[in-house]
Design a protein around this ligand. Structure first.
Ligand SMILES: Cc1cc2nc3c(=O)[nH]c(=O)nc-3n(C[C@H](O)[C@H](O)[C@H](O)COP(=O)(O)OP(=O)(O)OC[C@H]3O[C@@H](n4cnc5c(N)ncnc54)[C@H](O)[C@@H]3O)c2cc1C
Length: 497
């Protein structure tokens, strides 16, 4: 080993040791001892500098950690040797998340399906101990004042429609799920630089395993490499997986705001240049996700707090157009469909004004928006999940929920492979994951893209059609139930049943 490599390896071990110290104290993820490296390497006839893992997860964001947590909590996969490769400081941070701090503006609306999966892995308890906000009502309307829809969890006999949680709390909850599992995960606090999925047998002692090279010059081997490394996925690129997509020429401003009373409803108003959402996040705080043109976003990011709060209140009330009128009495529209058992129970819910914002409680962050979809989710020894496989418009808060769906589906397929003694990097096995998730994700993406397009046009007849769609969704029970069930993460299409 030359001097440069020796120094890099020493640094790597140092990073791992400090990671071990930090994580043992904070999240408590058990990092394997160096004996385990020796054991793994001996098993595969190598030396300690080239560890061998069953699964290497590149990207320890929310989706990569969900896969790690699911593998660690499933009987057939809990004994797998799993590497998590990511230089993200959140994986090492021992900071305590304090409930009294104002919420971070990066939040996700998680669906009941995601909540159930987190509960199965023992990760939801951590969320419940930290700031989160369940909501059972949602009001959607547009600036024309022609119509509105109110959704209520009681329409589908459920208690909640979803829960808004800070991304850092979701991430830490998955670390806590790992900590409590009897499994072995190793965190490499580096980036992936390069990957060879079909090394020639002369260049590697590990035959057909994938070889990963990290940013410190260190290498490791894995039977399966999972790209959970976000929208600019290096794994996708190195595996030669192409994708299709476009930019929306829209940006989203996100921030935390404060109002005088607690909010229990998710509000969304469609404006000429994109939707604005006000999502409860607990106490008197809410989160804003406001889509607009790039020029508007740079103006609004730099304007004074006072002006920005005024703009927010206008955007959520009667700026751009009047409030819709509540249907108070008389026959509702669509009366041909609305006999008692076809009318949604929330059809009598009146239009309400969103809570008035009094204060900005965080910085304003701007994100460019795009749609992107990988043409394949798997190749030999490689699978991609989460934003590495698809990015969507945030208007319905589905992006990370789709990613969690991928993580749990892949975990299930790996388990099935182990049950029958398959090589978990075999393409035929990984294709099962792709055929389960691709149709579900494509459907969701088509719906979100359709919404984005339908609400980007200000044109008289289309405005009336949109209003009719709001009214239909407000009154017609089967349609409303299907929309809520689909958005909650059930795999049914939003059509009449
Ligand atoms: C404004 C906005 C609002 C949103 N709101 C919602 C919502 O309400 N609900 C919802 O479901 N979704 C929402 N989303 C989408 C959601 O945030 C994403 O889908 C989610 O963060 C994707 O998670 P991920 O783990 O796949 O990727 P990421 O969060 O991008 O994580 C990728 C990880 O990979 C690591 N990485 C990258 N490259 C490498 C490399 N070469 N080597 C090693 N590691 C690497 C990074 O450090 C990072 O930790 C929103 C998105 C935006 C922009």
């Amino acid at each position: 080993m030359n001097r440069i490599t020796a120094r890099k390896v020493a640094f790597n071990i140092h990073a791992l040791k400090s990671a071990r110290r930090t994580l043992c104290c904070s999240s408590g993820v058990k990092l394997p001892s160096e004996d385990r490296d020796q054991e793994l390497s001996d098993k595969h006839g190598s030396h300690t500098n080239h560890p061998v893992h069953d699964v290497a997860i590149v990207g320890g964001g929310m989706v990569g950690m969900a896969l790690a947590c699911s593998l660690a909590n499933t009987p057939l996969t809990k004994k797998l040797s799993v590497a998590i490769i990511d230089s993200n400081p959140a994986l090492l941070s021992g900071d305590v998340i304090k409930k009294e701090d104002p919420p971070d503006p990066r939040v996700s609306t998680v669906t009941p399906a995601t909540i159930a999966l987190f509960k199965d892995m023992g990760a939801w308890k951590y969320v419940e101990e930290h700031r989160h906000a369940y909501f059972d009502k949602m009001q959607v309307w547009d600036y024309t004042g022609l119509g509105y829809t109110k959704y209520n969890a009681r329409d589908i006999n459920k208690e909640v429609l979803g829960c808004v949680v800070e991304n850092k709390v979701l991430h830490r909850s998955l670390l806590s799920g790992l900590q409590n599992a009897d499994s072995e995960q190793k965190i490499y606090h580096f980036k992936l630089n390069s990957m060879t999925t079909q090394p020639s047998s002369s260049s590697t002692p590990h035959g057909s395993l994938a070889k990963l090279e990290l940013s410190d010059g260190h290498s490791l081997y894995a039977k399966l490499v999972v790209g959970a490394d976000g929208s600019k996925s290096r794994v996708k690129e190195l595996a030669g997986i192409t994708s299709t997509g476009w930019k929306y020429s829209q940006n989203a401003i996100i921030c935390t705001v404060q109002h005088t009373q607690e909010n229990f409803c998710a509000w969304q108003r469609f404006l000429p240049n994109g939707p604005i959402a006000l999502l409860p996040i607990g106490d008197n705080f809410s989160n804003i996700v406001w889509t607009m043109s790039p020029d508007e976003s740079s103006n609004r990011k730099s304007m004074s707090e006072l002006e920005f709060v005024e703009e927010l209140n206008r955007a959520l009330d009667s700026g751009y157009g009047p409030r819709p009128k509540s249907q108070l009495s008389g026959a509702p529209p669509f009366s041909w469909l609305t006999n008692s058992d076809r009318t949604a129970s929330s059809a009598d819910d009146l239009f309400e004004a969103a809570p008035k914002i009094t204060k900005l409680a965080s910085e304003r962050m701007v994100f460019p928006l795009s749609l992107n979809h990988a043409n394949r989710y798997a190749s030999k020894r490689v699978a991609i999940i989460g934003d590495a496989a698809h990015t969507v418009h945030p208007l319905a808060g589905q992006g990370v929920n789709m990613g969690f769906g991928d993580a749990f589906s892949l975990s299930k397929v790996i388990s099935q492979g182990i049950a029958v003694g398959s090589d978990i990097g075999e393409l035929s096995l990984l294709k099962r994951y792709e055929s389960e998730r691709k149709p579900a994700n494509v459907t969701m993406m088509a719906i979100l893209d359709g919404f984005q397009k339908a609400y980007s046009i200000d044109f008289g007849p289309l405005n009336v059609l949109r209003a009719a769609a709001f009214q239909g969704a407000h009154y017609i029970s089967p349609l409303k139930k299907n929309i809520i069930s689909y958005a909650s993460g059930e795999q049914r299409f939003p059509l009449f049943s």
